[in-house]
Each structure stands twice: as C-alpha cells, then as structure tokens.
Design a protein around this ligand. Structure first.
Ligand SMILES: Nc1ncnc2c1ncn2[C@@H]1O[C@H](COP(=O)(O)OP(=O)(O)O)[C@@H](O)[C@H]1O
Ligand SMILES: CC(=O)OP(=O)(O)O
Ligand SMILES: [Mg+2]
Length: 402
C-alpha cells in the first residue's frame, strides 16, 4: 500500500482524501467546514471499504483555524481509521490554485515555494491564502514527509498567445505580468482524459468542451488532450457566472462605480468576488436553493438562473468555433454532475448544431461517467465526475517516487 494524503483547502473549509496510489483507491475522505465560525463547525469523515457505501461519521464543534481543523482530521483518523500509524502517508499533495508564471509542474514545497505561493495571493485572493493555511497546518502535522503543490494553472500552460493575451498596452502587461492563466486545470485534465476513456478513444483524437460547474465555474476547450482556451483569466473571476463571482463584465463598470459612487478597490473586489454571481442576483449562492426559490415563484431567481445558463451557452458556441469541430461536451463538478435542469438549460435547443440531449438519460442520477446525449446526437454529451484529489495524489506520487 502507498497512501498519499491530499488536501484541498478553501477559505473556510478543507476537503481531504487518503488515497492508495497503487490501485487509485480512496481509503478515507472528509470535509472540515465553517473553520473560524463561532457556530456550525462540522467535520465529516468517511472510511471507504473496497466495496459498498463508505462509513461516515459527523462531528459538530467550533473549529478555530486550519491547525485546529487538521487536529480534528487526525482525531477522526485515530478514532475511526484507517490508522495513519499503520499506513503513514508517503507524501501530502496540496491543491494550489494560482501558480502564475512561476510554477508549471508539481512542486515540492520548500520555504521559498511557500513565499512564492503567498506572493501570488493577489492573483487568487479567495484561494491562495486558504491553500497556504492548509499547507502550514499540514506541514506541522506531517513534518517528516514531502509536501507537493499541484497548481490549477499548470494544465493551461499550453494556451496559445492568442488565447492568453489581454489586448492592453503590451508594455504595461509585460511589466505587471498581466495575462490569462486559467484555473481548475487539475479537474479539466482529469475529466478530459476520463471522458476519452469512457468513449474508448485516444484523448489525442478528441476535441472536447469541458464545463466545470461548481461553486467556482469554468469552461475549457481541450484539443487532443491539451488546453487551448479557458474562461478564467488572470484570476478565477473572469468568465462564467458563479456562485458568488460575476464572471465577465465590462471593465468600465468598475470605473463607473469608482468615479460615480466612490467605491474603493477593496469594495469593488468584494462586490465582484463575493457578492455577485447567482448570490448577488438572487440572494441564493447554492444552485439547489436557487431552484427551490424558482419553484416558489421568485422572479429574481429565475433571472439569475437564466443569466447563468446564457453565459455558458455563449462559451460553448465560442469554443466550438475555436476548436472547429466538437466531439464531446462534458459536464463536471457539483452542478455539472448533479443538476439535470441546469444541464438542459445550458444545452437545450442546440439540435441545429448536432447537440441532442436525451431527457431520460439526463435525468439519471449516478456517481459514474455516463452519456446523456441521444443516439442521433452528432456531439457526445457526457457527465464525468471530477476527482481532483485522485489527480493530485497521482501527480504528487510521480514527484516523490522520482
Ligand atoms: N444535487 C445538486 N443539484 C444542484 N446543484 C448541486 C447539487 N449538489 C451540489 N450542487 C452545487 O454544487 C456546488 C458545489 O460544487 P463543488 O464542485 O463542490 O464546488 P466547490 O469545489 O467550488 O466548492 C454547490 O454550491 C451547489 O450549488
Ligand atoms: C479556481 C476556483 O474557482 O476554484 P473553486 O471552484 O474551488 O472555487
Ligand atoms: Mg471545486
């Protein structure tokens, strides 16, 4: 057995998995939520047997910070297994969202790497500080094994200049390193390969549009297994409408709010990153709550949903044109994997472009990869669950096993 611990830290939560990379099996998984909140702190720990449903325990108590959260995780392993003494992780893999122009490969985390991740926080303000807090806590808890950072931006290093360049004064862009990086790369990479496997075709032969629709959301055009265009930019704010983020907006809106309404830079940042998206439009940041509000007749929620779906359709059309041909459109992440209404809203009415959904297949709930297009659809439409943690474990193992 070769266990790797994977840590995916968010601002107020972290997800973890203990994975045996010898057979890609998850031994345990968990989620520590509402870190730093006075109330509602919660940890969920699941022990996975070789077959059948995992055995899940929930603990509710206030969790002060990421260090305390790590202790909660360690206690859960000690109390419910598997024993980390008997199966000590050979490495810890960390999701790091922004690697900028510095990190293109999985990287062993040294003091200098930590400083660099910290410096890149300005280009992923919701994510890198949280990733770093997770790294610091994990390095305290597991001091004797290598820690490896896997960057969301790495998969998008293949973007051509036409896709990553913003059309602003080239000298300004160069001086301040203003360019598009793209995110969710670990997921887009994993899902595009899993989709090819599902179709029984080499990834090198396929032109795919991957739609990662979670709390954060992005689209990626994948040509022959390489990312050639993606919707997030210099930061994870550009592109699709998200849970709390605006996605694309005329930059002059910021100038207007600053000049006319006196908004400060920090206020604009908070507005676009935390109080926009479907939350800003409707008051509901979670897609399940948005559907419930729509069903109860709330018009603002219907508008929010329509804006959300309209933006994605536009990207699907744009990426079809960039790719020249589309073999598969692939849905993944929380909304993409679970929400048939959302999928139907995104791709309904595209029959003229050879995209035909099968309503019955679309309504099936499953944890497995599946086809949701009709037999006569020229474009395959798939749902493929992402597994960022497994991809991170594999890449971390590759680094430490030399
Ligand atoms: N059954 C479901 N139906 C609709 N949306 C869902 C469902 N399950 C999860 N979601 C959505 O998925 C989102 C979380 O997706 P996830 O990929 O886990 O996001 P993140 O990694 O950004 O936290 C939630 O905010 C929720 O809106
Ligand atoms: C990059 C990003 O937006 O990640 P998440 O979806 O986890 O927020
Ligand atoms: Mg995510």
């Amino acid at each position: 057995m070769t266990p790797i611990l994977v840590v995916n830290s968010g601002s107020s939560s972290f997800k973890y998995q203990l994975i045996d990379v010898e057979d890609s099996r998850t031994l345990a998984s968990g989620l520590v939520e509402r870190i730093g909140a006075a109330e509602g702190g919660r940890a969920k720990h699941s022990v996975h047997a070789a077959s059948g449903d995992p055995d899940t325990t929930v603990l509710e108590r206030a969790i002060a910070d990421h260090t305390a959260g790590f202790q909660v995780m360690l206690d859960a392993f000690a109390a419910h297994g598997p024993s980390l003494d008997e199966h000590p992780p050979v490495a810890v893999g960390h999701r790091v969202v922004q690697g900028g122009a510095r990190f293109f490969e999985p990287t062993v985390i040294t003091d200098l790497v930590r400083i660099n991740i910290d410096e890149l926080s300005a280009l992923a303000p919701l994510h890198n500080p949280a990733n770093l807090a997770g790294i610091v806590a994990a390095q305290q808890a597991f001091a004797d094994v290598p820690h490896v950072a896997i960057f969301d931006t790495a998969f998008h290093q293949t973007l051509p200049p036409a896709a990553y360049t913003y059309a602003i004064d080239a000298e300004v862009a160069e001086k301040h390193r203003v360019r598009r990086y793209g995110f969710h790369g670990t997921s887009h990479r994993f899902v595009s390969r899993a989709a090819a496997e599902f179709l029984g075709r080499p990834v090198a032969d396929l032109k795919q549009i991957v739609l990662h629709l979670g709390n954060g959301a992005s689209a990626c055009a994948v040509d022959g297994g390489r990312s050639v265009e993606t919707s997030m930019g210099m930061t994870p704010l550009e592109g699709l409408v998200m849970g709390t983020r605006s996605g694309d907006i005329d930059p002059a809106v910021l100038l207007h709010l600053s000049r006319r309404a006196g908004y400060s830079i920090d206020e604009l940042d908070a507005l676009l990153n935390s109080r926009s998206g479907i939350l800003g439009l409707s008051g509901h940041g979670d897609m399940r709550d948005l559907h419930a509000a729509i069903d109860a007749g709330d018009e603002r929620s219907q508008v929010a949903f329509d804006v959300w779906a309209h933006r994605i359709r536009g990207y699907v059309g744009a990426y079809a044109a960039q790719l020249g041909r589309v073999d598969a459109i692939v849905f993944t992440a929380g909304v993409g994997e679970n929400d048939d209404r959302a999928r139907a809203a995104v791709l309904g009415g595209l029959e003229g472009f050879g995209v035909v959904l099968d309503a019955e297949r679309n309504a099936v709930r499953s944890r497995d990869a599946r086809r949701i297009s009709a037999d006569d659809s020229r474009v395959e439409v798939l749902v493929v669950p992402t597994n960022e943690e497994l991809e991170i474990a594999r890449q971390a193992y590759e680094v430490v096993s030399g």
